[in-house]
Design a protein around this ligand. Structure first.
Ligand code: UTP
Length: 296
């Protein structure tokens, strides 16, 4: 059994990135040369996902346009002798089909995933948050590892985790693992706990694989304190009702870049720009000069 469908929620308002996100989706912000969501789709395509369902909203049509063919632009580049730039559009021809549906009310990530139910039907599927890149230039096969674990353990859900500093646990869903190791069963998962209450520092890292039973759990999940239906709460329900839920740790070489706040957005941009084969070395020299000057 392989997993062919990924759901990519991109409907959120991105208020933590205002004013940058006032009239453009945060998922379209560039990190190095490409918008965030292109890295997400490239990661998914590389692990064999064939159909991507974007959960979108009214301000997100630029995402749909981005993954469409732009015949006019291609024609113009040909006519003006800029054929070399055509290579930049290869992602338009990737063997993955894009679909779009709207989350008509912004009622949280869990609600966004629930919008995929009629598309997904009764098969397992992946979820990849559209505002998070895993690994520099999306060099990660974590979704394949989640899928393998899902199959091996006959799981109800498998979730990617990363270790975060204790003072950041209040931003994430946090696991209570049953054991150490790269793959572990989860006893519980808590949305945005305080540092004192957090059962560990293992934070949910934007990638999941679910059995279709998650839809039933989501339908029974009550809105949290902020009025939103949390995906973490639905996973918790799966565990409480006897479902096997596992965690898979991200490896050192695949940090998660969360493009949801300026701190991690700035870091991601600099890291990707430094890794750029053409412009990275000059940027590195520039940054070294800047940092040396600020120390002298
Ligand atoms: P966030 O939790 O960062 O929420 O979403 P947000 O609303 O986009 O951002 P802030 O808090 O206002 O700054 C994580 C991912 O889930 C999607 C977002 O688009 C993002 O890719 N999402 C979130 C939805 O699709 N629908 C929602 O109701 C909430």
């Amino acid at each position: 059994m392989d997993i062919h469908i990924a759901v990519v929620p991109v409907a959120g308002l991105g208020t933590r990135l205002l004013p940058a996100t006032k009239s453009q989706p945060k998922e379209m912000l560039p990190v190095g040369r490409k918008p965030v969501v292109q890295y997400v789709v490239e990661e998914l395509t590389r692990v064999g996902i064939q159909r991507v369902l974007f959960i979108t909203g009214p301000a997100k049509t630029s995402i749909e346009n981005y993954f469409d063919l732009n015949g006019e632009l291609i024609q113009l580049l040909r006519e003006t002798g800029k054929e070399d730039l055509l290579a930049e559009f290869e992602f338009e021809r990737a063997p993955v089909q894009s679909f779009y549906t709207r989350q008509r009310q912004l009622r949280g990530l869990g609600h966004a995933v629930a919008c995929a139910q009629s598309f997904v039907g009764d098969q397992p599927f992946a979820v990849a948050l559209g505002d998070s890149i895993i690994g520099v230039n999306a060099q990660s096969d974590v979704v394949r590892r989640l899928t393998q674990c899902f199959i091996d353990k006959n799981a109800a859900a498998v979730v990617a985790f990363e270790e975060v500093p204790r003072n950041e646990v209040r931003r994430y869903g946090i696991a209570q693992p049953k054991s150490d190791g790269e793959i572990f069963e989860i006893a519980d998962v808590v949305e945005k706990p305080s540092a004192e209450d957090a059962p560990s520092n293992l934070a949910i890292a934007a990638r999941y694989v679910f059995a279709p039973s998650i839809f039933d759990a989501l339908a029974r999940t009550k809105p949290g304190k902020d009025g939103e239906i949390q995906l973490t709460d639905a996973i918790r329900l799966l565990i409480q009702e006897g479902g096997k839920v596992y965690g898979v740790r991200l490896r050192d070489a695949e940090p998660r870049f969360d493009i949801g706040n300026f701190d991690s957005y700035f870091r991601a941009f600099v890291e990707f720009a430094l890794a750029d084969a053409k412009h990275g070395p000059a940027l590195r020299r520039h940054l070294e000069r800047l940092l040396n000057d600020s120390h002298s």
